[in-house]
Structure formats: structure tokens, C-alpha cells
Write a protein that binds this ligand. Structure first.
Ligand SMILES: [Fe+2]
Length: 389
């Protein structure tokens, strides 16, 4: 293998010398490097940040491979993804960084290197582009307070997204939580960017994370199966938990709002086994997660407040939430505000956020406060929950 490579490399250097347009450094490479570099067209942004990991996403105008250059104080490391041993080449880039320290500030650059043509040997390459350095801070399970902003059911209305994003106190918010139904249905990548991600990422910037709880409308349309690639989580699924100081946040995927055998789905949905897996995960989380057990507050963020379309009407999930000591469920789906105090069935507060509303959640070790305002900033409701113990 080595001799073939050397022999051919010598041949290719001659070709490279002809092909390269004014790139002196390229002549030392055994493959062609054209004088072209990708343009970052969208992002980078942070998806599903945790206390130890994050997924960085961005787009380029042309096929490229990607890495993140991560600065931790004076040390630098590069994180380069691989799938089955191959470096992904495309226009959408996802780099998941694991092994981060909780509550730590990092800076990063998203780097994309142009791949002009994929060939079996010596693919044609181009040069690299880096995003400006940006900073983020991982969640800290030990920190004494947390603040996050919540929107829901934006349903492709970019003016609505713009009004809500403008209302957010970005310096004072640690994360944006979207409770789903960003779309009517998913058709294409361009729709995904134009109707949701582009105006959202413009407000988030490269340093504030987006946490997304999938809505029922996100399971519909020709592009629905691709959505996870744009809002990836380090866990590789839509449901997960986050240790955010005094809040243990459970992000639940409530999936569709009708049973799988409903004719509109034409036998293409299998949410029942999916939800069983999710419930098993939640059981393990409730019985085994130390931060969940000792955090002052447990908050569930999900699209449908009744846990979605389930044979038992969500009874097993409600029982588990009661057992876990969930303090608050914050949900959407209804498109208008309502609040339900704890009752005989639900041992937790339920707050349904309206379509043109912003919820700001602030928690300390003693108090959890949710302030809901309209998209014009007028107060709708304030909920204050004292710590139980
Ligand atoms: Fe919905």
C-alpha cells in the first residue's frame, strides 16, 4: 500500500502542479488541492448542550469535511467526526464534543475543508474556512441558579419567531428551549432553515444552546426523517435530561397525537415501541440519576402536556413523574395559555405556553419562577414554586 501511494503520489504531484491555481503549499500534497474554500452559510450553533457535551452544527455552500477546534484555556484540541471509519463529507456538518468539564467556559471555531471530488484514491480537495471564535459554557449541575427561555408552536411564522427572539434577554438566559411544532410539516432542508432555524440561530448566535422537544408536526412530511441531523443531541436521540444547576430538566418527545394505526399515517408510524423505549429510559433516569434525585427542582419540557397519544392515556408516565417528584411540566401544542395547579392525579404544576408567548424560567436552590409574557412583552402569568424540601 505504501509503495503504491508513494509511486502514485509522485505522478500526482505533477498533475497537482498543473491543476493547482496559485497555491504553493498544495505542491507538497500527494493529492490535488484546488484554490477554493467553502463558505459557511448558516451557523455554527449549539444543539442540546449538557454539562459534559454538545453538538455543533453548521452549513457550507459546498461539500466539505469538518472539525471543531476547541480552546480550553491555553490548550487546544480538535474534534473530528467519523462514521464507520469515514470522515463525513457534505454541506451539513455536525461535530459532537464529549468529555467536557461541567460549568466551564470554552471557545471554539468550526472548521470546514472543501472536498472538490470524492474519488477512491486522492480525492480532490480545497482549502479550509473557519468560523470566528465563539464562547460557550457547559451547564453546571452544582451551580446555584439557572435561567432559560421557552417558546413553542412557532409553526413556520418567521415574524412570530422574530418577535419572540427579540424579547429574550440573551445575556441573562442560559438556553433556548423550543417545545416543538416549529413546522406544519417538513418538506425540505431549505424550508427547515428558512422557516425556523435561520431566524432562530440568528438570535442564538454561536454561543447559546438550543434544546428542542419534538412536536407532533415534526413527524410529518418528506423531510421529517432528516430533522434529527439539524438538532442533534450528544445522546443521539430526541429525549434526554440535563443537569442545569438547581433544575433537572427532562426533555420528552411526545411524538404524534394519534395512534399509529390511524389511516392518515398509512402504516408508516411506529411510535408505540419508540415511546416504550423512551418510557424505559425515563424509568432508569428516575431510579438512577443522582442529579434528578437531589436537584431542588425537576422540570419536564415536552410538546403535549398529556404525554402524547398513548394507550393508557399517559397514566404510566404521570405515575412516574409523580414518583420522581416532578415539580413542573411546561408544554405547548394547544396554542393558548393555560395553567393547572397540582391535583389528585398530577402532583405537579402544568403550564401550557401559548403560541405567541415567551416563558422565562429562573431557578435558584429555593425558588423556581416562570414568567409568561405575550410577544409584545405584556405579562400573562407568573408562577412561583418554592422548593419542596
Ligand atoms: Fe402540536
Amino acid at each position: 500500500m505504501k509503495s503504491i501511494r508513494i509511486a502514485c503520489a509522485a505522478t500526482c504531484l505533477g498533475i497537482a502542479a498543473l491543476a493547482v491555481q496559485g497555491a504553493a503549499s498544495a505542491q507538497s500534497e500527494p493529492y490535488k488541492v484546488f484554490d477554493t474554500r467553502p463558505v459557511i452559510t448558516d451557523g455554527p450553533y449549539l444543539s442540546a448542550l449538557s454539562d459534559t457535551a454538545v453538538s455543533v452544527v453548521w452549513m457550507t455552500d459546498a461539500p466539505s469535511h469538518a472539525k471543531v477546534r476547541l480552546h480550553d484555556g491555553d490548550s487546544v484540541r480538535e474534534i473530528e467526526p467519523q462514521v464507520d471509519g469515514l470522515v463525513p463529507v457534505g454541506q451539513r456538518h455536525v461535530v459532537t464534543i464529549k468529555g467536557l468539564a461541567p460549568g466551564r467556559r470554552y471557545t471554539y471555531e468550526a472548521v470546514a475543508t472543501r472536498v472538490v471530488k470524492l474519488k477512491p484514491y486522492w480525492p480532490d480537495k480545497g482549502f479550509s474556512t473557519s468560523s470566528p471564535a465563539a464562547a460557550f459554557t457547559t451547564f453546571d449541575p452544582q451551580q446555584g441558579k439557572i435561567s432559560f427561555s421557552v417558546v413553542t408552536d412557532t409553526h413556520e411564522d418567521t415574524a412570530r419567531i422574530g418577535r419572540l427572539m427579540k424579547l429574550i434577554d440573551w445575556p441573562g438566559t442560559d438556553a433556548l428551549v423550543h417545545l416543538g411544532d416549529a413546522f406544519h410539516w417538513l418538506d425540505s432542508e431549505e424550508q427547515l432553515w428558512a422557516k425556523w432555524l435561520r431566524p432562530t440561530v440568528a438570535a442564538l448566535g454561536p454561543g447559546k444552546p438550543l434544546l428542542f422537544a419534538r412536536g407532533n408536526h415534526e413527524l410529518r412530511g418528506a423531510f421529517a426523517r432528516e430533522l434529527a441531523g439539524y438538532i442533534p443531541s450528544p445522546e443521539g436521540r430526541y429525549y434526554y435530561s440535563r443537569a442545569m444547576g438547581p433544575v433537572h430538566l427532562l426533555v420528552i418527545d411526545t411524538a404524534e397525537d394519534k395512534p399509529d394505526d390511524t389511516n392518515v399515517y398509512a402504516q408508516l408510524n411506529r411510535t408505540q415501541p419508540y415511546r416504550e423505549d423512551e418510557l424505559a429510559w425515563l424509568r432508569a433516569e428516575v431510579s438512577g440519576n443522582r442529579h434528578l434525585a437531589k436537584a431542588p427542582f425537576r422540570v419536564v419540557a415536552m410538546h403535549q402536556a398529556d404525554w402524547g397519544s398513548l394507550a393508557d392515556q399517559g397514566a404510566a408516565w404521570t405515575a412516574l413523574a409523580n414518583q420522581a417528584g416532578v415539580d413542573l411540566v411546561i408544554a405547548g401544542h394547544e396554542h393558548e395559555f393555560s395553567y393547572h395547579a397540582p391535583d389528585k392525579v398530577h402532583a405537579y404544576h402544568q403550564l401550557i405556553l401559548g403560541q405567541d408567548q415567551l416563558a422565562r424560567v429562573d431557578a435558584t436552590e429555593r425558588t423556581l419562577t416562570v414568567k409568561v409574557t405575550t410577544d409584545k412583552g405584556a405579562p400573562v402569568h407568573t408562577l412561583t414554586i418554592p422548593v419542596r424540601r
